[in-house]
Design a protein around this ligand. Sequence first.
Ligand SMILES: Nc1ncnc2c1ncn2[C@@H]1O[C@H](COP(=O)(O)OP(=O)(O)OP(=O)(O)O)[C@@H](O)[C@H]1O
Length: 286
Amino acid sequence: MDEGAVTEPQPDNRAPAVHLAGARLSFGDRTLWDGLDLDVLPGEFIAVLGPNGSGKTSLLKVLLGQLALGSGTAEIAGHPARAGNSDVGYIPQQKSIDDGLPLRGRDLVGLGVDGHRWGTGFRGRTKRRAIVDAAIDEVGAQAFADAPLGTMSGGEQQRLRVAQALVGNPNVLLCDEPLLSLDLANQQRVSELIDRRRRISDTAVLFVTHEINPILPLVDRVLYLVDGQFRIGPPDEVMTSAVLSELYQTDVDVLKVRGRLVVVGTGDAVDALGSAGGHHHQEDRP
Ligand SMILES: Nc1ncnc2c1ncn2[C@@H]1O[C@H](COP(=O)(O)OP(=O)(O)OP(=O)(O)O)[C@@H](O)[C@H]1O
């Protein structure tokens, strides 16, 4: 038997789902981040953390082709990031949907289907409807999918947004604080949906959040952005007192309490941290 073949770990030769090289984003003379190198593998789950204004949403917008880099490269599945890319699913930051809007849940999910792929004839429409139904089933939204979005609870709307983002079977899923304003049961439900999909379909996930604890068991690596500085690595390597103190340029303690990470700063640092490191419990938030 060839022992080498058994004991040697196999290198992962798959092309990255997301490739950022030497990436810089600036607004005027303010640089949000520079020299950002990040390859996200298919199926990898990346948590993007950092205080308000550190450029987390802007990073997603670069990958969505809505913002151009000042320098460097941003690619999705080997191609330059561009708007309208069906390789990318997006769960935007939750805004409550206007009560008067007549759009039904099913219509929102349908917006995520790439119409060109199925055509507009009867067979195309039937196929499209089956795909939308399957996506609605996956998030357990059958009971309310035909109601107008404006009449739904925040958790129900959010499940349909997840369905919309996943219905096109994207290679990359970009999530902007998808658990915000959800109760614990719905936080868990939405996290599980995203996790299941990336395991089944090898979807790469970039998950912007101020609260790492609800997703900590799912996270492969953290990208932590603070005031132009950043660190990338497994949670155990990034979420440490030494690394966060260096990033925030002040004393920060990271404690592990019953499996949760508690980040404690001093003075202004506490305000600057917000709940970035998870020192507020999600259930305490208004
Ligand atoms: N199009 C733009 N033009 C100029 N400045 C912008 C633009 N978009 C974002 N900014 C600025 O860039 C900074 C980063 O914004 P971004 O929304 O990426 O931060 P964030 O880390 O997602 O913050 P939050 O946690 O508050 O959502 C902010 O100071 C914002 O005002």
